[in-house]
Design a protein around this ligand. Structure first.
Ligand code: ADP
Ligand code: MG
Length: 603
């Protein structure tokens, strides 16, 4: 299946989907058609409309990462468009700058505006964030009216005019087309790298993103700021295209159109929102009466998408393809444990007397519920410690406390001797902590392989500039991909690697989560009821897998209700009851422990 022996290592541009020759030609053909458009267009009006669509796309391409990929409800991008437009106009008309410099200025001010709005508002919850962006979109045109010394107020201001070839309708179209291609390239690069996977995970499985080390706030801020830069550039180009701007050009309808373009195209995609942008630009032009009704049209489309096409046109195409191609997810097959070394790498020698995890005197209350009362627990390298107890006894809470999801009230948590009480989840991940969740948390829209690669986010991290340009970072991406393939071999999911994760069965998702955790090359692995919902055969396999992982020197903390599995694989077992440690010791002693039998095991 892999061709690494004959070809250079797969870079970020090769995907698991092999492309048909015809599909390869799609992009060159579309680009050629767009370049030649002015020669076939019956008049310049359509060239003007095409340029408008390209300008809109420059904005939507950035917005697409914010809304479609990261799942943030940014509904006020017309505000950023206005900022760019007025910056372009003011620097050109009032300050007399060169038009190209005005474009750069618009981009710089757009970047600053993106940063300024993003910094306080991206920390807000979903609806408050939406309201903040809406507020911004409302304020900017009103500021433009009031600040007439710079903006020309209600009378408006002249836009940057280009001389020479760019001064013609056709020349300007080509210029905008080139910039739109650049914006597409940059956003496409980001979408298909480490950070792109991180963004989708923020949208679909935020806790999993966090525990894989994705810096959630920073990544959201990066893409929002980038979308500000692109919106600023689009604003100045929009002004040039109209040659004159007034505040009423920046109505909320336009913001809605941008947002609808992303949703109609489908979240997490690039080509489909592009097509949707073109369609939404053309619609009012094709049927003149629609122009009057544009707000109604966008609102109706928004409703239709939300109600009937939650994954947009892109999602519709994908599901039809899946059906027509009768792509069925193959059943789970036993994994190849010999590949474990390729995933975990050379771990050097481990000092068994050291403690990878040491929890002492940990207390945690949720309001009136005392979930943990003075819990002590230690896990050494290569050791498997079982954590059992009735439902609600605090097992998951303890894992959450170790990962850093909840701050503790009392006690200490140490990882490799470092006290991590106040350390954030992502930094603990960097210390070598990986976990699986009681109910699997995966990014359903990413493929199985991409989900596993997400686990290696931290190790394969590159700068955001690398994500945008694709310069450097290819080697890391390729190594991560190979390790992820090996992890899928280990858990027996290699035949499913190209399927979207949402198509997998519950037990497959459990193994997928283990593969994702392994790719992080953890020193400490936390498993929360991994056997729940698995068949007998799968549980047996899981037991072997856990033992092999520990044999590589990984410390394992296993929360589980299948006591057979626990007593079988664990070196030591801790029993929780009502948040306190009821008993701890060797499996044989715990099995016979009277209080444990009474409280949990039953006779
Ligand atoms: P277990 O995993 O052993 O079944 P949990 O750790 O999930 O138990 O829960 C222990 C107790 O803490 C339960 O009473 C539960 O209701 C409570 N609890 C857990 N998480 C929260 C939370 N986020 N907010 C409030 N109470 C919680
Ligand atoms: Mg639990």
């Amino acid at each position: 299946m892999t061709t690494t022996a004959h070809t250079p290592p797969p870079t970020a541009t090769t995907t698991a989907h092999s492309r048909k020759p015809l599909a390869r030609l799609t992009i060159p053909i579309v680009v050629l058609a767009l370049v030649l458009l002015p020669f076939v267009s019956p008049n310049l009006y359509w060239v003007h409309i095409a340029a408008l669509a390209a300008v809109y796309w420059i904005l939507v391409s950035g917005l697409n990462l914010v809304v479609g990929h990261a799942g943030q409800m940014a509904i006020g991008h017309v505000g950023l468009l206005a900022v760019g437009a007025y910056t372009g106009c003011a620097t050109y008309t009032t300050l007399g700058w060169n038009p190209f410099l005005s474009l750069v200025a618009a981009m710089v001010v757009g970047t600053a505006a993106g940063l300024l709005i993003g910094l306080p508002s991206l920390r807000l919850k979903r609806f408050y964030f939406a309201m903040a962006t809406l507020g911004f979109a409302t304020i900017v045109p009103q500021l433009a009216v009031v600040w007439d010394g710079v903006t020309g107020g209600g009378l408006g201001i002249a836009a940057p005019l280009f001389d020479g070839p760019l001064g013609t309708e056709t020349g300007f179209y080509w210029f905008v087309l080139a910039l739109a291609a650049g914006a597409t390239y940059v956003t496409w690069r980001i979408a298909r790298t480490n950070d792109g996977r991180g963004l989708i995970a923020i949208r679909d499985a935020e806790v999993a993103a966090e525990s894989s080390g994705v810096p959630i706030f920073r990544l959201k801020l990066y893409v929002f700021t980038l979308s500000g830069a692109l919106a600023g550039l689009a604003g100045a180009l929009y002004a040039s295209l109209q040659s004159y701007v007034t505040p009423d050009a920046f109505v909320f309808d336009l913001s809605m159109m941008f947002f609808v373009a992303v949703l109609l195209g489908g979240p997490g995609r690039i080509a489909a929102p592009l097509v949707a942008t073109v369609v939404l630009t053309l619609l009012p032009e094709l049927a003149a009466p629609l122009a009057e009704w544009s707000a109604f049209l966008y609102a109706a489309l928004l409703l239709a998408v939300v109600l009937a096409l939650p994954n947009g046109l892109g999602g519709l195409v994908t599901s039809i393809k899946d059906r027509v191609g009768r792509r069925r997810v193959p059943p789970w097959a036993k994994g190849d444990l010999d590949r474990l070394g390729d995933v975990l790498g050379d771990r050097g020698t481990t000092d068994e007397s050291a403690r990878v995890l040491s929890v002492s005197g940990v207390e945690k209350a949720f309001g009136g519920v005392q979930a943990l009362r003075g819990v002590d627990l230690e896990v050494a390298p290569g050791q498997i410690v079982g954590l059992i107890g009735p439902n609600g006894s605090g097992k998951t809470t303890l894992l959450n406390v170790v990962c850093g999801y909840y701050p503790i009230d009392e006690g200490t948590v140490r990882i490799d001797g470092t006290t991590v009480n106040d350390m954030r989840v992502q930094r603990r991940a960097a210390l070598g902590l990986a976990r699986c969740f009681q109910s699997p948390r995966v990014a359903g829209d990413l493929t199985v392989l991409e989900n596993v690669m997400l686990g290696g986010y931290h190790g394969a991290r590159t700068s955001f500039a690398t994500s945008m340009t694709g310069i450097g970072g290819g080697g890391r991406e390729a190594r991560l991909r190979e390790r992820a393939q090996a992890a899928l071999d280990v858990v027996g999911l290699s035949a499913q690697s190209t399927f979207r994760a949402e198509l997998l069965s519950h037990s497959q998702l459990r193994f997928l989560e283990i593969a994702r955790a392994l790719v992080a090359q953890p020193r400490l692995l936390l498993l929360d009821e991994p056997a729940a919902g698995l068949s007998v055969e799968e549980i047996a396999s899981l037991g072997n897998l856990i033992e092999s992982i520990a044999a590589q020197g990984v410390a394992v903390l296993l929360v589980e209700h299948h006591t057979d599995l626990v007593f079988d694989v664990c070196d030591s077992v801790t029993v929780l009851d009502l948040g306190g440690v009821l008993a701890a010791g060797r499996p044989d002693d715990i099995r016979r422990h009277e209080e444990v039998i009474h409280a949990y095991l039953g006779s």
